[in-house]
Design a protein around this ligand. Structure first.
Ligand code: SAM
Ligand code: SF4
Length: 325
């Protein structure tokens, strides 16, 4: 079992297989980065898999593939199949913007993928275009339908932003309830790559909007889930991810591997160590030493704060498209 320096069990690995993305979401990557990591600098699936095996052998039981847009990386299904074949009871999931899901859902499912989280910030064409800076809504909706049809477990991620898509919180909730798939509203996490003029909705505001139409009950936090779940009277459950809350980090069980082989202990901070050399050299002991070092130094808490006075110095300079969110 892997534990960090604060005694938290770490059994969840998120792997960002590429930084690249076909969207330019205003809260993540509003402009094309100055430069991408060159292809030859990326870890191959074979090298990533060497790390995956070590992580699984040490107790990791949940793996999420993310990005950038993970479905842009060629032959992703082969990587998924490698993980599935190594341990088929791993909770194997993917986070995607949905654009390529219609074409790939069946193949991903056949390769062993169990669940898929699809980002959907609006049900309106123009608003979707404003957020992702691309005309993508129809294709994303087809992707959601296809993922359900092929039998993947589907969840929706929505980042509500003031005066952009916050008027659609109820519509998105009802859209997801009708499809019987959970939605998680994610509080916008300030970072230095996002557009400067956006303001996210806080959990209280999201709940206030929902309470104009529905009664809900807060449920106890389950395991290490980053979301707090709420139940409507109909029984439908939705979640809110609140990284600005003190208890968000208390149950953190996550570590992140980037496409270039950096092992990152915390979404917020720049700290990271590379496993690239040790995996390439098949130096398992060396890779384990890096892993243990990273976990030992996993920060106790992020620095996102609700305190307006502290905010200026407390914006993460980690790119979400690099860590995978
Ligand atoms: N491209 C895929 C996608 O958009 O789902 C996967 C990568 S994306 C970085 C993973 C998740 O992070 C998405 O649900 C996205 O909405 C969320 N995200 C990105 N930037 C964010 C931010 N600044 N605050 C909150 N969530 C963010
Ligand atoms: Fe791309 Fe996902 Fe970032 Fe949007 S949130 S720019 S889809 S990586």
């Amino acid at each position: 079992m892997l534990k960090d320096g604060h005694g938290r069990v770490v059994d969840y690995l998120r792997i960002s297989v590429t930084q690249r993305c076909n969207f330019r979401c205003i809260y993540c990557m509003p402009e094309k980065p100055f430069s991408w990591v060159p292809k030859e600098e990326l870890l191959s699936y074979e090298d990533m898999f060497k790390f995956v095996k070590i992580a699984i052998d040490k107790g990791v039981n949940k793996i999420r593939i993310t990005g950038g847009e993970p479905l842009l990386r060629e032959d992703l299904h082969l990587f998924i199949q490698m993980i599935y074949d190594y341990k088929n009871d791993i909770d194997l999931c993917l986070t995607t913007n949905g654009y390529l899901v219609r074409q790939t859902a069946q193949l991903l499912k056949n390769s062993g993928l169990k669940r898929i989280n699809i980002s959907l910030d609006s049900l309106k064409k123009e608003t979707t275009k404003k957020i992702s800076q691309k005309d993508v809504l129809d294709e994303v909706l087809k992707g959601i339908k296809k993922a359900i049809d092929v039998g993947l477990g589907v969840k929706i991620n929505t980042v509500p932003l003031k005066d952009i898509n916050d008027s659609e919180i109820l519509d998105i909730l009802e859209f997801c309830e009708n499809l019987d798939i959970p939605v998680r509203f994610i509080e916008y996490m300030e970072n230095s790559f996002a557009s400067t003029d956006i303001v996210g909705c806080k959990a209280e505001e999201i709940l206030a909007t929902i309470s104009t139409k529905y009664n809900y009950k807060k449920l106890p936090r389950v395991g290490s889930s980053p979301a707090i779940y709420y139940k409507l009277e109909s029984g439908y459950q939705f979640g809110i991810i609140e990284p600005y809350e003190d208890d968000f980090c208390e149950s953190c069980n996550r570590m992140r591997l980037t496409a270039e082989g950096l092992l990152i202990p915390c979404l917020y901070f720049e700290d990271a160590l590379s496993i690239k050399q040790t995996v390439k050299e098949d130096d398992t002991d060396g890779t384990i030493a890096v892993l243990e070092n990273v976990l030992l130094n996993k920060p106790e808490k992020n620095r996102w704060t609700k305190n307006e006075n502290e905010k200026q110095n407390e914006t993460s300079s980690r790119a979400f498209y690099e860590t995978g969110g």
